[in-house]
Design a protein around this ligand. Sequence first.
Ligand code: IMP
Length: 431
Amino acid sequence: MPITVLLGVQWGDEGKGRITDALAAEADLVARYNGGDNAGHSITIGRAVVRLHLVPSGIFHERCLNVIGNGTVVNPLNLRKEIEEIRAAGIEVSPRRLRISRAAHVILPGHLALDAAREAQGGIGTTQRGIGPAYSDKAARLGVRAGVMEDPKAFADAVRAHTERVNRLLVHEFNRPPLDVEASASAYAEAATHLRAYLDDTTQVLREALRAGKHVLAEGAQAALLDIDHGTYPFVTASNPTIGGVMIGLGVPPQAITRVIGVAKAFTTRVGSGPFVTEVHGDLALRLRGTGANPWDEYGATTGRPRRVGWLDAVALRYAVWINGVTELALTKLDVLSGLSTVNVCVAYRYRGRTLEDFPQDTSILNACEPIYETMPGWDEDIRGVRAWEALPANARAFVQRVAQLAGVPVRLLSTGPERAQLLQLDGVQS
Ligand code: IMP
């Protein structure tokens, strides 16, 4: 009963979408286990570009069943819109192909308003999708689970109660206008009438699939360093993108997981605030980020914000490999480094005169760390047309080999461009 897990090992936007898209072609079931519509990636289908935020990537593969697990948070209005957009691209979206866990929590209007109000007071640079407040209510036992959408009237009552409660906070704590209780209740109840057919006990769905020997792909959103427990707290998301999130967010046993693919970019990016030891500025930053003219340039898929950029951080990578039990790496965007005369990889940190080999859990220590780089020769060739490992420039191969060595796991997938054909399957580049 094999589960392959695909998760980000940096701060998100590693290019998980295109790797999931490739792996989903061989999966029977693709399941999202954490986060909400704060995630985002684009898939090109013929002429149409479809943006996925919450629906798993298996939706583009006819034989896949797709599950939005109990560990996620669901915005009913946005999910309905996303479903319509996928349908507009000619893809079937029906309960035959998509199930929503009854135990997933619902992002309600007050969560969006609170996220915005807190950010306005100087937050951490969230995507303002209501993620943090929705998970807060879940932990506070105040949340509304997706199963309530079964009965739109009961759901409308729950939205009313939620909105009235949040209005008190908005008015008295944040000095903001209250939300319209009735408008919120009716908009959400209306969305529920479209979504209720998708509700299911997805833990059972997964159990049956695994018992029948089906191949499940667990698709992580965000990434290890944004994990609320293991990331750079408080500059993190509110869920667990790391491996534990798979068991919690889907209700599957650990023994079922046979493969954990960590997706890493050949450099590093992050959106929002927080420590970033290998961050670069100036011309090099512009060079790594791109202008925004290409869909693959480093601008947020959900928010459009320019991403912060820097060199690959092998200290953080080793940490993410360890806590997730990563068995192999998918290294993306190697082509972006083409044309640089030298390429840096951070191999350790300098902290108050000491050398740290291990990623510190304490964000205040991380803030005071400086990168210790190993500098490698770059390559000039455009590698986007390369389809075989041997055909890559020797310096590009040496870079990938060094990353594998520093991470301690093989690189099995390598992307050299945004298209499906620009993904090389390797035997396992180790050293
Ligand atoms: P939230 O998840 O919207 O609460 O945002 C918390 C932090 O996670 C912020 O720094 C966001 O920029 C970051 N974040 C959330 N989702 C993503 C993502 O899909 N890619 C990259 N960063 C993300």
